[in-house]
Design a protein around this ligand. Structure first.
Ligand code: PEP
Ligand code: MG
Length: 590
């Protein structure tokens, strides 16, 4: 029975791209490849291998074409997704294994390719690492495309011939399918699987199409033509919405439009409280393509440039010139605003195949970030020289992640001095006074903040790690997520201790973990004396809106309350109450 003949029904999933849309459903079922094993006569084996190799070339051309189209419509980082596909397509290990199987076992290419890829996909999909799991989706996408070509199936999803606006529903949407969506006709999309950091979600956000993923069985339950409302704020898909629901959503959209207008008005205004305290509001970025978004969202420079993403998705680490070009580009584009480059923070949950990090029992407590860099001074110095050279072209500052004690800071600074000497000897310009800061993300660093403050130009609190280490709650483990509480009194005290030590020694403190981008916590953080907040660009307008409506005296009173309160949930509830009273419009869309 179609959902049309039933009443209202809501599906709950994960909101990955904001916005609300309503319209008719189009369910996409990926054509299933029927693959059977055939024995290839000896005399035809050479041709079968040739056929496989020609299909790889054909697939490469198709991906290049999709990538070209994506780059026309989106930023470079979305096009990069297809670089990963192209790399997989050239993976000699897989290709040689397929050719060996065709030759040795005399099997058809589609059978050999499918069985080998399925084995790799299953291994990746079962990995603990989020990044690897998401690459399984990329590999599945690529495998499907190669099989389409081997079996001469036309594009599994033909989205070029949509004639009327619709909401796409599917088990999964691959990045290459997503890239072909016509924004005018695709109102939104909903999938059974996927998560916030999947590439499909990232592309939905870039295309600005509302999307909900992780809806479990929605693609089986709905039929073409069902009428639905998709809520990309709260992660809901409502089939056959009643008039009451439609009315409520109408209100929500109106509120959102009004809020967007208010946020646009303050885009180029400073983040300054009602009683005149200026807060530096900076952006967190991962590569040079994010600069556009930094400017579009009214951030004042970059407070955290996570450089490890330059090392991901490639076979060898980037060399000094590669890194220099990226840092230089960002610094030049944002000049005179400052760009804080964080030195490499690999390890933990950030895995890079080109550096072959060994498996560890406790990766978050293991060989990561500054520990890894100090143990490999050559690799570290490549980055330090690239950063120093780029400092001649803009306002660059640098900070070290995961500092646990003075020795690490001293050792890292000694390597910086060595790199400076090398550059001077070659007459290569750099900023002699480039400021170096320390991330405070381990309790030991917060406890010795006074000693660190005497030797650093600024602090940046990495609250994501500070919370996980202080509360011994793995930030990626859902089973202990209830313990991961930003408003735990221990966290509040560590922040206060860090800020006080910094101010006593005349330096400033920022917060660049996720709490820096949560408007509910903005008043508490600035009340505790935090001078800078750094967050992902899209959340900056809301944080700025909050800052501009807060009175410092009231934020300080909230911080005073938090410092003497013993309950994380009571502190959080007080923050919510304060935030709602201070900036009600921010909360009317949810
Ligand atoms: C943090 O720990 O808060 C932080 C900003 O660093 P990352 O999330 O990259 O570990
Ligand atoms: Mg960190």
């Amino acid at each position: 029975m179609s959902a049309q003949t039933k009443g209202e029904k809501a599906f709950r999933g994960t909101a990955v791209s904001a916005g609300v849309c309503r319209g008719k459903i189009l369910v996409l079922h990926r054509a299933r490849h029927i693959i059977s094993r055939r024995e290839i006569p000896e005399a035809e084996i050479v041709d079968e291998v040739k056929r496989f190799e020609q299909v790889l070339v054909q697939t490469r051309k198709q991906i290049n074409e999709i990538q070209r189209r994506v780059l026309q419509n989106l930023s470079g980082s979305e096009g990069d997704i297809f670089d990963a596909h192209l790399l997989m397509l050239e993976d000699r290990v897989v290709i040689d294994e397929v050719i060996r199987q065709i030759r040795d076992e005399k099997t058809n290419a589609d059978y050999a390719f499918h069985s080998i890829c399925e084995r790799y996909i299953a291994a990746m999909a079962g990995a603990e690492d989020d990044y690897l799991r998401e690459r399984a989706a990329d590999m599945r996408d690529l495998t499907g495309r190669v099989l389409d070509n081997l079996l001469e199936v036309k594009d599994s999803f033909d989205l070029k011939h949509l004639t009327e606006p619709c909401i796409l529903v599917s088990h999964d949407l691959s990045p290459s399918t997503t890239a072909q969506l016509d924004k005018k006709l695709v109102l939104g999309f909903a999938t059974d699987i996927g998560g916030r950091s999947s590439h499909t979600a990232i592309m939905a956000r870039s295309l600005d199409i509302p999307a909900v993923v992780g809806l479990q069985t929605i693609s089986d339950e709905l039929e073409n033509g069902d009428y639905a409302l998709l809520d990309g704020y709260n992660g809901m898909v409502i089939i056959n919405p009643t008039d009451k629901t439609l009315f409520e959503y109408g209100q929500l959209e109106k509120n959102k439009a009004t809020l967007d207008e208010k946020l646009r008005e303050i885009r180029s205004l400073p983040a300054i409280t009602l009683d005149g305290k200026a807060i530096q509001l900076s952006a967190n970025i991962e590569d040079q393509h994010d600069v556009e978004s930094v400017l579009a969202h009214g951030a004042e420079g970059v407070g955290l440039f996570r450089t490890e993403f330059l090392f991901i998705n490639r076979e060898t680490p980037p060399d000094e010139e590669d890194q220099y070009q990226v840092y230089r580009q960002v610094a030049a584009a944002l000049k005179p605003q400052s760009v804080i480059i964080r030195t490499l923070d690999l390890g933990g949950d950030k895995f890079v195949s080109s550096l072959q990090l060994a498996q560890e029992m406790n990766p978050f407590l293991g060989w990561r970030a500054i520990r890894f860099c100090l143990a490999q001074p050559e690799l570290f110095c490549v980055q330090l020289r690239a950063i120093l050279r780029a400092s001649a072209e803009g306002n660059i500052k640098m900070m070290y992640p995961m500092i646990s004690g003075l020795d690490e800071l001293n050792q890292a600074n000694a390597l910086v001095e060595k790199c400076k000497t090398e550059l001077r000897a070659k007459n290569i310009p750099f900023d002699e006074n480039m400021e170096i800061g320390v991330m405070i993300e381990i309790q030991s660093a917060a406890l010795i903040a006074e000693s660190l403050a005497k030797r650093a130009k600024f602090f940046s609190i990495g609250s994501n790690d500070l919370i996980q280490y202080t509360l011994a709650a793995d930030r990626t483990n859902i089973k202990v997520s209830h313990l991961y509480e930003p408003t735990h009194p221990a966290i509040i005290r560590f922040i206060k201790m860090t800020v006080d030590a910094a101010h006593k020694h005349g330096i400033w403190t920022g917060v660049c973990g996720e709490i820096g981008g949560d408007p509910v916590l903005t008043p508490l953080l600035i009340g505790l004396g935090v001078d800078e907040l750094s967050a992902s660009p899209p959340v900056i307008p809301e944080v700025k809106y909050m800052v501009r409506r807060v009175k410092m005296s009231e934020a300080q009173a909230l911080a005073e309350f938090a410092l003497q309160c013993e309950s994380p949930s009571e502190i959080y509830a007080r923050c919510v109450e304060f935030a709602r009273q201070t900036a009600p419009s921010l909360f009317e869309k949810a």
